[in-house]
Design a binder for this molecule. Sequence first.
Ligand SMILES: O=C[C@H](O)[C@H](O)[C@H](O)COP(=O)(O)O
Length: 262
Amino acid sequence: MAVAWSEKASSMKALSLSLSPTSPPVFLTQDELKKVAAYKAVEFVESGMVLGLGTGSTAKHAVDRIGELLCQGKLNNIIGIPTSKKTQEQAISLGIPLSDLDTHPTIDLAIDGADEVDPQLNLVKGRGGSLLREKMVEGACKKFVCIVDESKLVKYLGGSGLALPIEVVPFCWKFTADKLGNLFRDSGCVARLRNDCKGDPFVTDNGNYIVDLFLKKDIGDLQVAGDAILRIAGVVEHGMFLDMATTVIVAGELGITIKNKP
Ligand SMILES: O=C[C@H](O)[C@H](O)[C@H](O)COP(=O)(O)O
């Protein structure tokens, strides 16, 4: 997907840009928009911070940028807490010092992507399978900056028609998936086990499975829905991140929008 952008932002000089109405439009790909949002978020990072490092194609740009600034000596004494094995590997390859929640139970700032963002800044996360570690790390943050391109904005969670991921234990996953489907039957919910590219069950970093819920309608009160999901035995965590993002940075056709939690 390419969108009009009134200043060339693929050069990362454009990250603190203010858009000029007179400059000709340029087109950024979705990945370039993700990079724009990610670089903007890294402007919030200060030397000495403990950072939650997100997972996914958007967060990857932020981790790359943090590594680059460390390498250039523009950031110092950063400690990263990765939200997945993949991000851990990326951070190690970039020379970012790492720790964990046991050693650093309070995190200054986390930067991570999302699959959906609603108008109240509630999120769906976990389409990459990392929702549990992300929820633990981002729940321990003083500030959680979510970074998305504008395709992630929805009127209500589930509104994209894509999955609401639920991490479940492998034991009798069909039983758990049936219970999940029944919970939202009135919303036309379909519950499906996620498979990997070989057709085997997708296994998370925690050794669990993911059941994806496809919702046809708004499920109403999200806290009530989230609590009901967590009460089903076999569920480990759900991918709704309610009231957790303190800031959402959206890169879109008209530039960057920063939305702060009231
Ligand atoms: O499990 C994956 C994470 O929640 C990601 O942050 C989320 O899926 C967004 O990923 P992406 O930036 O690749 O769209």
